[in-house]
Ligand binder design. Sequence first.
Ligand code: PLP
Length: 396
Amino acid sequence: MSSKVLDEFLNENIADLKDRGLYNEIDPVEGANGPKIQIDGKELINLSSNNYLGLSTDDRLKKIAKQAVDTHGVGAGAVRTINGTLDLHIELEKRLAEFKGTEAVISYQSGFNCNMAAISAVMDKNDAILSDQLNHASIIDGCRLSKAKIIPFNHSDMDDLRKKAKEAVESGQYNKIMVITDGVFSMDGDVANLPEIVEIAEEFDLITYVDDAHGSGVLGKGAGTVKHFGLQDKIDFQMGTLSKAIGVIGGYVAGKANLIDWLKVRSRPFLFSTAVSPADAAASKRAIEILMESTELHDRLWENGNYLKEGLKKLGFDIGDSETPITPCIIGDEKDAQQFSKRLYEEGVYAKSIVFPTVPRGTGRVRNMPTAAHTKEMLDEAIAAYEKVGKEMGLI
Ligand SMILES: *Cc1c(COP(=O)(O)O)cnc(C)c1O
């Protein structure tokens, strides 16, 4: 017998979300998540993945993943601290440290896990965390888990950050204070003002933490937002994911050796959850090597991003102020944004709408994630669909 209370809770809330048009139906992709995808038998140009460099379907990575299955099996077999640390994990971490230009790296099962793991391993109830108002959900959850006082500051507002850092220090209430930010904000494609954040951190002795999920592989010739600004020795925690530009699965924190040593003995997902599989570790390591060997994929990503941006701008769309290949197309009204995305789908383009509460009310948008794997022809087709739907809906 199932719980009546639970059934009531679930049925009421699901019905409510459906009523308000906020219930997200998931579209399963039939086959690989490449530049073109198939959904429900329909072929679509894919502008919604985070597979920035096209690595999730790269032949070199597929090959090395298969080899790792043959030599190491399909599972790591244990948590990292018992005997789940394979030579492949160590090699991956070594390569990542070289790539990021830090003393050491610890890898985790996902980027989300990194934020659960690393923040609460260092911060506790006697501490405070200054957190950008638009930070990712995993940062918010990681901060909550630490029980530190969370002090949000206005998005990328350095005066607000400075003021709140000063208040926190002067209150004398906190042992340690951290400032935490996304490197690249994925809804608008804007970049955190790390030089000024570092300046404020130095002034008030703040611990610095950058979540570079969308910056790794994209900025700093691939090495991320911190490298982009040349601040490798000024940021305490550089968190990154292996699941977006790197194309596989997993996450990592790069930093000084003493920080990584501490995370290995104190971060709970490392201690109590099984490591990523041999194939994942081997493929991630190879992906990092590909990025270190050549900027070809990175350059193509930027070229494609700029091409799509130019195309949409010329048509008269508002594409915001993105500083990365992420290309929002701001429609405004929530219902229009959803309708726009639906019509694009019918025209063979998969670009998701993003509306309130994920973005501010009245800034409903269709967000495009061009990748290195798209061809000019695919982007031209997408731009033609935008033109057709934009004119049809009277938006351009
Ligand atoms: C996607 C994302 C994560 C989570 O990374 P996963 O590897 O997918 O778990 C964390 N932070 C930010 C900013 C992200 O965009």
